[in-house]
Ligand binder design. Structure first.
Ligand SMILES: Nc1ncnc2c1ncn2[C@@H]1O[C@H](COP(=O)(O)OP(=O)(O)OP(=O)(O)O)[C@@H](O)[C@H]1O
Ligand SMILES: NCC(=O)N[C@@H]1O[C@H](COP(=O)([O-])[O-])[C@@H](O)[C@H]1O
Ligand SMILES: [Mg+2]
Length: 395
């Protein structure tokens, strides 16, 4: 396949990941339509055109696709009416990585069944529940501690660690607010949770895996990360794990991404224990922990995604040395955002920041990221965290 440029690319989801992708796409002259559920989303600020719709509505998706006639649709978040993407694909529009892949990865249960049942890949022990009663039964079967997550959610939304049976009901209510109450934490409309055995890992990693149309799958160096409340706080590259474990992770990543098909970058997440590499989940798109590649590689994860999508060559991925990212989170609700401490944060050598331009803040919302290089991973992490802590969000 040889794709002519420019292409008309429609981004479904326009957050921080979409913004960097849009910038990469426009650097190669493409036309970008940014779509999201709210106005002035980060990618909209740098796109050629934008639309505000409900991406869970098939009618809304139909309207924007009819209006803009994109050649390629690039999902940027999980919560999309993926059945509609299958229809677009049948009409000849390319969906990245494929429409079916986005449907599998939007639903934790579908991707888990594919990885564990069909491909025989090692995962945490798991079960599902659609009522509190079922959750009590499944939790007892899995044992404690366990982790309860809505099957359709991301960035830890609605997710909690359950230490013992007294905490099960709280976890259910957090994942699935009572009927009639707006689903605040679940990003889709499925009333189902997955319960997973809690894995006491030494480190968790994201293996950025680049699946190409006409060339073999390639990998970035593994990215280590630390999460709180199910959401990423800092990431670093390279993650210091053995060659043997890297190869095991690569083998599993190839299996899952081959089964999903198509082209693009995938963020494949693994828990690394003393003896094992355990598959967790994957994003069929750039990964938040992969924002470290904005400083750590010659081609960042957004440029790699673009090249894979457009069937452009990736002759060499260079890792530029110990690097880290640390998130800049809001602490309160606000509709008027300004940042302080930027000069101070940028005063250190090999430090950079991205402020996403999100128009509103609420507690724990990710508003930016600090990036740093260091002589080793520890120093890079310290520098990134220090820079992030200097940024204040004023409302
Ligand atoms: N079974 C588990 N055992 C131990 N920790 C877990 C388990 N499941 C999730 N976690 C912790 O919670 C984090 C978020 O979980 P997960 O990746 O499933 O959620 P997510 O909402 O899809 O996040 P994202 O969209 O940011 O990738 C994991 O990176 C890990 O730190
Ligand atoms: N783990 C998934 C992830 O990081 N997704 C990124 O966060 C945005 C949503 O942010 P918001 O919740 O602040 O609107 C998404 O649009 C995407 O860029
Ligand atoms: Mg995850």
């Amino acid at each position: 396949m040889s794709i002519k440029l420019p292409q008309k690319l429609m981004l479904l989801g326009s957050g921080e990941l979409g913004k960097e992708f849009a910038i990469a796409a426009q650097r190669l002259g493409n036309y970008v339509i940014a779509v999201d559920r709210y106005a002035n989303a980060p990618a909209m600020q740098v796109a050629d055109a934008y639309e505000v719709i409900s991406m869970l509505s098939a009618d809304d998706l139909e309207a924007v696709v009819t209006k803009h006639q994109p050649n390629i649709i690039i999902p940027e978040i999980e919560a999309i009416r993926t059945e509609k993407l299958i229809e677009f694909e049948q009409r000849g529009i390319t969906v990245i990585p494929t429409a079916t892949a986005t449907n599998y990865t939007m639903n934790r249960d579908r991707i888990r069944e594919l990885a564990h049942q069909q491909l025989g890949i090692r995962t945490a022990k798991y079960g599902y529940a659609t009522t509190l009663e079922e959750l009590i039964t499944v939790s007892n079967e899995i044992g404690f501690s366990n982790v309860v997550k809505p099957v359709m959610s991301s960035s830890g939304k609605g997710q909690s660690v359950v230490q013992d049976k007294t905490e099960v009901e709280k976890a259910w209510n957090y994942a699935m607010p009572a009927a009639g109450v707006a689903i605040a934490n679940s990003r889709g409309d499925s009333q189902k949770v997955i319960v997973e055995e809690f894995i006491n890992f030494e480190i968790e990693i994201t293996l950025l895996t680049i699946k190409q149309w006409n060339a073999p799958t390639i990998f970035c160096f593994p990215i280590g990360h630390r999460q709180e409340r199910g959401d990423y706080q800092e990431s670093w590259q390279p993650a210091l794990i053995s060659e043997d474990k890297i190869l095991k992770a690569q083998e599993m990543a190839i299996k899952v991404t081959d089964a999903l098909g198509g082209a693009g970058i995938f963020g494949v997440e693994f828990f690394i224990t003393k003896d094992e590499v355990i598959f967790s989940e994957l994003s069929p798109r750039p990964h938040d922990t992969g924002m470290v590649t904005l400083i750590s590689q010659n081609l960042n994860e957004f440029e790699l995604h673009l090249r894979a999508i457009l069937d452009l060559p990736i002759p060499h991925i260079e890792q530029l040395g110990a690097s880290a990212s640390a998130v800049i989170l809001a602490s309160e609700k606000s509709d008027s955002i300004s940042f302080g401490g930027v000069a101070d944060a940028l005063s250190e050598k090999d430090v950079d920041i991205r402020l996403f331009g999100k128009p509103n803040a609420h507690p724990y919302r990710r508003m930016g990221v600090a990036l740093a290089k260091g002589v080793n991973v520890q120093e890079a992490r310290e520098k990134a965290t220090r820079a992030a802590s200097k940024i204040t969000i004023n409302s």
